[in-house]
Design a protein around this ligand. Structure first.
Ligand SMILES: Cc1cc2nc3c(=O)[nH]c(=O)nc-3n(C[C@H](O)[C@H](O)[C@H](O)COP(=O)(O)OP(=O)(O)OC[C@H]3O[C@@H](n4cnc5c(N)ncnc54)[C@H](O)[C@@H]3O)c2cc1C
Length: 314
């Protein structure tokens, strides 16, 4: 028998995206386990409606005022530790997993402190920081495939993890339900020290206003070498290549764009790769800023910036 789920109509998504953009979902449901997810997917299928999932809503830019179809929020913290493995339901917050890893003296997630997403969203976008990412930790990912109507597990080798990329990002029919993370046994005090250091750093460099994190992917040094060799070498000479990447914020800052606004969306003065909502920004405001930055970077540096934030509900 299918689980009973509570589907809401015309649901306000403002507090379900960290940008705090205002939009409604035609239909909305929160699911906390596989049975509820299955029930939601079947409900949408029976009604012939598109469906899209969110986790923490911390990497999305809502496309307009209405998201058509069913929005499924994958929620609920559930994880287990088995030896060096930390396995969790996709709705588990990274914050919870960072704490769980520390308590079990497992190292590998110290970079994730302060990243406000859930495991499913992190796996899809291969979230990362400080030279590490979730793909580096993932041993296997369980998905529900909307096309096949079946659950199955993918080994890491089939997840296609790359810089902020994965097979799940390329195929929206794959809904992530669980991931097994392979951690390293570590020293609890050392794990805590590194986690706190990363958190302190984040608090210094991140804006406090609502945002969806970095708007653009950073530049990969090797790729930049082939696109604009002079720029790549100049940035390397300036010591701006870190873990093979160059922060896009530096270039946006060099163009003098910090503080630029469109409506209530503004390029953060704290970190130029963040766009913040200073009041009642619309997705159109944010979009206009994104296009403007891309255009200016293209003209000045002859490179195309790629967005890290995900347009949602188009
Ligand atoms: C202040 C701030 C700091 C941030 N710092 C970082 C950082 O250091 N590094 C970094 O990588 N990111 C960072 N982010 C971005 C974001 O927090 C991460 O990318 C996070 O992992 C996204 O997870 P989420 O659950 O919020 O995903 P959501 O925003 O809910 O969703 C993102 C995308 O994934 C899809 N999705 C969500 N859940 C699933 C699922 N279960 N199955 C299939 N698809 C799914 C959604 O449809 C959407 O397309 C930051 C964001 C903020 C606001």
């Amino acid at each position: 028998m299918l689980k009973e789920i509570k589907i809401s109509k015309n649901f306000d998504l403002t507090f379900f995206n960290t940008f705090r953009l205002s939009a409604k979902a035609q239909f909305f449901v929160i699911v906390k386990n596989e049975d509820e997810l299955l029930a939601a997917a079947r409900w949408a299928k029976a009604k012939g409606l598109p469906l899209a999932v969110i986790g923490g809503g911390s990497n999305i830019l809502l496309a307009g005022k209405l998201v058509k179809g069913l929005v499924i929020k994958i929620s609920g913290e559930k994880y287990s530790v088995n030896g060096n493995y930390l396995s969790a339901w996709a709705g588990t917050s990274l914050a919870k997993l960072v704490k769980a890893a520390e308590s079990a003296s497992l190292s590998g997630l110290e970079w994730a402190v302060g990243v406000p997403g859930h495991l499913g969203g992190a796996v899809r976008g291969n979230a990362g920081a400080y030279g590490s990412d979730i793909g580096g930790q993932a041993a296997a990912v369980k998905v529900y495939d909307l096309n096949r109507g079946a659950f199955f597990k993918l080994k890491k080798s089939r997840c296609g993890f790359g810089y902020r990329d994965s097979v799940f990002k390329q195929d929206n029919s794959l809904l992530i339900v669980e991931a097994d993370l392979m951690m390293k046994p570590g020293n609890k005090a050392e794990i805590r020290r590194l986690t706190r250091k990363n958190m302190r750093h984040r608090l210094q460099i991140q804006p406090k206003q609502p945002s969806a994190g970095c708007v653009f992917k950073n530049l990969e040094y090797d790729k930049l070498l082939s696109l604009n060799k002079n720029l790549a070498l100049e940035l390397r000479t300036k010591g701006l290549v870190r873990a093979g990447k160059i922060g896009v914020g530096y270039l946006i800052n060099q163009l003098g764009l910090k503080g630029l606004s469109r409506g209530h969306a503004k390029i953060s003065e704290t970190h130029a790769n963040f766009i913040v909502n200073t009041g009642q920004a619309s997705s159109a405001d944010v979009d206009r800023l994104i296009k403007f930055v891309k255009n200016r970077v293209k003209i000045k540096y002859k490179i195309n910036l790629e967005e890290e934030i995900q347009h949602f509900g188009k």
